[in-house]
Design a protein around this ligand. Structure first.
Ligand code: MEV
Length: 432
């Protein structure tokens, strides 16, 4: 079969769908129905989604849930989460409830600096380049005035621009390394527009000074180690007691050890941090932010000391248990999808229209809460008990159980450990 197609993007939506269903499905009408079932009946809303990307054929849903009762810096918050993994929202809610009676979450935004670079090559006298750079540095600011004007009114703008000699890494490689404050916007367009103007200015001025430079590319960095937020929970060890924590000292020690393992062992660190990102990504997505950017930046940060390590830390000091994390988060609460996507707007309303800094705090808390829930289960009952309970619905749905079967399955597995095979066996017996 030849699946290549010419001029696909120029086809109408209907033609694109027809091509897909006829090319890849033995029962095109069935595929057509699935695609159509996920359309929104509100044409304007559907058109909005169609136009987010190219070649849209339908919508891809994931659930939007909420985790209430998060006490953050003394204020109560309900956190919206867009995620398909069954146990995540339940775990967040449990952590929120647990810590709400133990002082809640405390957060601090440590810094909000963003970074962008113009990468270029220069094969000449580096001192001459430096002299030129220092001479034209004010021009980088003046020639971006039309781009920075509004950002400056909001208190942001270009913080600094440096020339960096990177020839120890790559032949003839230099950079303009620029730092930015973008306030409540994530700032990707702002930063990239500034960088492209820097590149134009640099090229022109180098040409005037008879220096031959070649700009390779201008782009923001998603590595933002100076755009950092910290979230923390803390309470006397004795207050950790609850249903599954009958010996709080023992629990606290095991918990700290579990974190220490993730600090020193990359195989564990990746899974440990994945648990944190369950919470982080779900809120990043619900608030219309770029989860790929956040993921890339967070994992680079987790490797900043040369080995991939835990993003969270824990200690017991003077009878007090403290658990915290620090993560880089470049987020926006204005611009991008925030005013375009109705559900993003709704989620930001639920969060009481946070500033980008407040959103950094909320998302760090979601990550810490998720990590706490995972480690609490892992160091006490094991992860499968809660996980499989939540997954039971998925298995039931897979087997298209009817109402009566559902009730019987749920009642049976209230008392018995859920495993995929046990549920399958139970359903098969029911249907015999
Ligand atoms: C599952 O999505 C996340 C966990 O594996 C995280 C962890 O192991 O810490 C439970």
């Amino acid at each position: 079969m030849n699946n290549a197609v010419a001029g696909f993007s120029k086809l109408s939506k209907k033609e694109k769908i027809n091509w897909i269903v006829n090319e890849y499905f033995s029962t095109p009408e069935e595929a057509h129905n699935i695609i159509r079932n996920y359309w929104n009946s509100d044409e304007k809303l559907q058109q909005l989604h169609d136009e987010f990307i190219e070649n849209t054929i339908t919508n891809f849903y994931i659930p939007l849930g909420v985790a209430p009762n998060f006490l953050i810096n003394g204020k109560n918050k309900t956190i919206p989460m867009a995620i398909e993994e069954s146990s995540v929202v339940a775990a967040a809610s449990k952590s929120a409830k647990y810590w709400a009676t133990r002082g809640g979450f405390k957060t601090t935004v440590i810094d909000t600096e963003k970074i962008g670079q113009v990468h270029f090559t220069f094969n000449g006298d580096a001192q001459k380049l430096e002299v030129l750079f220092n001479l034209i540095k004010p021009k980088f600011f003046s020639e971006t005035k039309s781009i920075t004007k509004n950002m400056q009114l909001r208190g942001g703008g270009i913080l600094d621009i440096q020339l960096k000699d990177k020839r120890n890494l790559l032949a003839n490689y230099f950079q303009l390394h620029a730092t930015f404050e973008t306030k409540d916007s994530m700032g990707a367009n702002f930063i990239n527009s500034c960088l492209e103007q820097f590149a134009t200015t640099l090229k022109e001025e180098a040409q005037n000074a008879d220096l031959e430079i070649e700009v390779i590319m201008s782009i923001l960095s998603n590595y933002v180690p100076n755009c950092i937020v910290r979230a923390e929970v803390s309470c006397p060890v004795k207050d950790l007691t609850e249903k599954h924590i009958t010996n709080p000292q023992d629990f606290a020690e095991r918990f700290v050890q579990a974190v220490q393992i993730a600090e020193v062992e990359p195989y564990r660190a990746v899974t440990h941090n994945k648990g944190i990102m369950n919470g982080v990504d779900a809120v990043v997505l619900a608030t219309g932010n770029d989860f790929r950017a956040v993921e890339a930046g967070v994992h680079a940060y987790a490797s900043r000391n040369g080995q991939y390590s835990s993003l969270s830390h824990a200690k017991i000091e003077n009878g007090v248990f403290t658990f915290w994390l620090e993560i880089p988060l470049a987020l926006g609460t204005v611009g991008g999808l925030t005013s375009l996507h109705p559900l993003v707007k709704l989620c930001l309303e639920i969060l009481q229209k946070p500033s980008a800094k407040e959103l950094m705090e909320i998302i760090a808390v979601a990550g810490l809460a998720q990590n706490f829930a995972a480690l609490r289960s892992l160091t006490t009952t094991g992860i499968q008990e809660g996980h499989m309970k939540m997954h039971l619905n998925n298995i039931i749905n897979q087997f298209e159980a009817n109402e009566q079967e559902r009730l019987l399955i749920k009642t049976h597995f209230k008392k018995i450990a859920v495993s995929h095979s046990a549920v399958v066996e139970f359903i098969e017996n029911l249907r015999k």
